[in-house]
Design a protein around this ligand. Sequence first.
Ligand SMILES: CC1(C)Nc2nc(N)[nH]c(=O)c2N=C1O
Length: 161
Amino acid sequence: MSLVYIGLGSNLSKPEQQLDNALKSLSAIPNTELVCCSSFYVSQPMGPKDQPDFVNAVVLLKTTLEPLALLEQTQKIELLQGRERKENRWGPRTLDLDILLYGDRIIDLPDLVVPHYGMKAREFVLYPLLEIAENLILPSGEKLSKLVESCPKNGLRIIEF
Ligand SMILES: CC1(C)Nc2nc(N)[nH]c(=O)c2N=C1O
């Protein structure tokens, strides 16, 4: 059984609803349990600013699926929710599911790099992750709490339901 942290992001077609739907689909992945989810956070787009603000969250899964089998499941959910794989990397999207951490594994495959390549500089990943994993140590040995200390919030704010 592995503990896997997944980043969720959306800035199209009712982003909060997109994340709610994604949570339902993630909890239905075979051999996988959705353990907990962070609050939903709103933030300005990193990269091109001429697009809507994003809604982001991080979830913790417990799974016996191997990394590429889990990736297949998350990509299926993205497509189900209307993500066109052809869109540009920095443009708006209905749903992004990124495998941030997979236990203590370091994975470097053409389709999957874990820890996620950009997570250390993304406030919209680090703050929700800290909310559900305050004592996390990354495979590199770095403390998540230290990374958050040096990551500006850039206006990131929790959506109060
Ligand atoms: C376009 C890019 C880089 N910017 C983002 N910016 C924010 N705030 N949140 C995201 O999830 C996000 N995802 C992306 O892929």
